[in-house]
Design a protein around this ligand. Structure first.
Ligand code: CMP
Length: 147
């Protein structure tokens, strides 16, 4: 049956004006965008989202990057959404993606292992947690509703 995952366009993707192109790729690849939210993460929410990486050396830089501008969180639905979205975005390191997965989204708009333009849940349980994070619990400052 159908499955849902959390897709996110990170600050470099939003500020680089890749949103429309990425959404076209998403829809052309058979996903439905069932919900979306443009929001500015603060240090607390970005740290909570990436809690599992909190002991890594790159964590402070990751939080700075993720709070540098708005992100677009999307609930993506299709059969095998979790693994298919991970396949579509390509490897974490965008430099490697450009060589090994030239048609991936990270090859299109990512820069390196940190500034990789998009995020995807890595498992069904992560997807449930991350969808709740953006659409039920933590993130409530919806930019679109602030105008
Ligand atoms: P993402 O798929 O959102 O999950 C964790 C994020 O941490 C990852 O994308 C990158 O933005 C960042 N990240 C992972 N590995 C590294 C690394 N080796 N150096 C810097 N940033 C990283």
């Amino acid at each position: 049956g159908k499955e849902r995952t959390l897709g996110m366009i990170k600050p470099d993707g939003v500020s680089g004006n890749y949103t429309e192109e990425i959404k076209r790729i998403i829809v052309d690849s058979g996903f439905s965008i069932v919900n979306e939210r443009l929001t500015q993460l603060d240090k607390e929410t970005a740290s909570a989202f990436y809690e599992e990486h909190s002991s890594r050396s790159f964590f402070p830089d990751l939080v700075s990057y993720m709070t540098s501008g708005p992100v677009l969180a999307m609930v993506l639905e299709k059969r095998d959404a979790v693994s298919d979205w991970r396949g579509l975005i390509g490897p974490t390191d965008a430099q490697k993606a450009k060589i090994s997965h030239p048609h991936s989204i990270r090859a299109l708009c990512g820069k390196d292992s940190q500034r990789n333009c998009v995020h995807g849940s890595d498992s069904i349980s992560s997807a449930e947690r991350e969808i709740k994070f953006f659409f039920e619990d933590v993130v409530s400052d919806d930019i679109a509703s602030q105008h």
